[in-house]
Design a binder for this molecule. Structure first.
Ligand code: ARG
Length: 463
């Protein structure tokens, strides 16, 4: 193979730094399998269209297989003078089989090659993430079912608002994360398009069989424009946005759990392996894992911003800036995968402090809305009913007493509309009454769980 054109001019112009500056192979190394698979499929196609002989195809493919094993076993000698893994693998192929290696690159450019490798690589990562989201959703269903009747105060502005079921809160996580799953499905679809056959950017002159290669590699469709195919990275933006959305949602869940884990709330007990002590304060059990998920979210958001910024000024067809397309997404994918595994396990080992939740609901005015509703059902305009109850609540402040603890006589003094049935207002009845679709009543939550199970079944175990 004539390597002259591929040699980095940097080694002529300057010291090591220039070589490192232009090189991508330390990042691309993660997708060596995909690079080899793409080459194997390509050589099969070249044989099919009679550009190479069967013998040459077999020579190329068995040498590529050897290279794959060498890389897997860490026996591959990377040549840092060659800018990327494509050139490294091509060079190794040349060293193994000589001139025949040079036939593999006919009708192919590293521009469509790298775009194909990257799509194949991220398709697999998205599949892994989807499976892990599936696991997390299952954990949430199990937890919701197990804790179906636990009552807790619901919060707005982090202030107690109305009583809810803990399971309703957990199912809100399910609802949010199932949207993220759909986002990843969509991202997969956008990624599942094969650019190979676009050449450098204008298509190729050989009678290439793109369908054949796509079939070999498991791509669902072919890119429709060669310029777009080598220069668009919006599928990576999609992936980064999906990662960002998921991490943001997981971070919010973690924030809630961190609050619930505080001594002041005391709603959850985290399993010991997910907390760490302080080096100076012996009593501490810090929720580091939850905090780290929240913290790592920043990095993923940053990677999305980074790629958008890289892309925004690029003309179409290939620009070398595009080499910076994958590092951030590769690291984000690792963060997301690790986060999902940690959070699923953490949640499945978390127990809930039922008494503390109930106690906090009882010792509050979370039933204020129900009292206002009561008066509104007795034909008081709701705004007026609201004012009446607000007044009671304000008066009771600092008295350690709550509206639902007032006697019928006390209530009647406030409004003659209060009758004996007002005493039926309690946490349980309040929750049961919120039976609107998606509401917090036990029936509604059970229906949500059933729907959730159906949803997961349609996802064929995350595949
Ligand atoms: N290392 C390059 C990348 O990762 C491969 C494509 C290079 N193409 C080129 N014309 N220099 O994007």
């Amino acid at each position: 193979m004539n390597n002259k054109e591929n040699k980095k001019t940097s080694s002529v112009q300057g010291g090591e730094i220039f070589g490192d500056f232009t090189s991508s192979f330390e990042v691309d190394i993660q997708m060596f399998r995909e690079d080899i698979e793409v080459s194997v499929a390509y050589s099969k196609m070249l044989f099919k269209i009679k550009i190479i002989t069967e013998h040459e195809m077999k020579q190329i493919n068995s040498a590529l297989e050897e290279i794959k094993i060498e890389i897997e076993n860490n026996n591959f000698l990377w040549n840092s003078d060659l800018e990327d893994i494509h050139l490294n693998i091509e060079n190794a192929l040349y060293n193994k089989i000589g001139e025949v290696a040079g036939k593999l690159h006919f009708g192919r450019s590293r521009n469509d090659q790298v775009a194909t490798d990257t799509r194949l690589f991220f398709k697999r990562k998205i599949t892994d993430i989807k499976k892990q989201i599936h696991v997390l959703l299952k954990v949430l269903l199990v937890l919701s079912e197990k804790n179906i009747e636990i009552i807790m105060p619901g919060y707005t502005h982090l202030q107690k608002g109305q009583p809810i079921l803990l399971s309703q809160n957990l199912m809100s996580y399910f609802s949010i994360i199932s949207r993220d799953l759909k986002r990843f499905e969509n991202t997969f679809e956008n990624t599942d398009v094969m650019p190979l056959g676009s050449g450098a950017f204008g298509g190729v002159s050989i009678p290439i069989d793109r369908e054949f290669i796509a079939n070999e590699l498991g791509f669902n469709s072919l890119s429709k424009n060669s310029i777009d195919a080598v220069s668009s990275r919006d599928y990576i933006l999609d992936l980064l946005f999906s990662c960002t959305s998921l991490m943001t949602n997981l971070s919010r869940i973690c924030e809630e759990l961190i609050i619930w884990n505080s001594e002041e709330f005391g709603y959850i007990n985290l399993s010991d392996e997910f907390t760490t002590g302080s080096s100076i304060m012996p009593q501490k059990r810090n929720p580091d894992y939850l905090e780290l998920i929240r913290g790592k979210t920043g990095g993923v958001v940053g990677q999305l911003m980074s790629l958008i910024t890289t892309l925004k000024g690029l003309t179409f067809t290939y620009n070398r800036d595009l080499q910076e397309d994958r590092q951030g997404a590769m690291s984000s994918v690792i963060t997301v995968t690790n986060t999902l595994e940690v959070l699923s396990t953490l949640l499945s080992r978390t127990t809930f402090n039922k008494e503390k939740m109930l106690d906090n609901a009882i010792n509050s005015d979370v039933l204020a809305t129900d009292f206002a509703d009561y008066l509104a059902f007795k034909k008081t305009p709701f705004r007026e009913a609201y004012q009446i109850i607000k007044k009671i609540s304000d008066t009771l402040k600092n008295s350690n007493k709550y509206i639902h603890q007032l006697s019928l006589i006390e209530l009647k003094k406030i409004s003659p509309l209060f009758e004996k049935d007002v005493l039926e207002i309690n946490l349980k009845s309040s929750i049961e009454k919120r039976n609107s679709l998606g509401g917090t009543s036990p029936d509604s939550v059970k229906a949500q769980i059933l729907e959730g199970k159906k949803f997961l079944r349609t996802k064929e175990n995350g595949k």
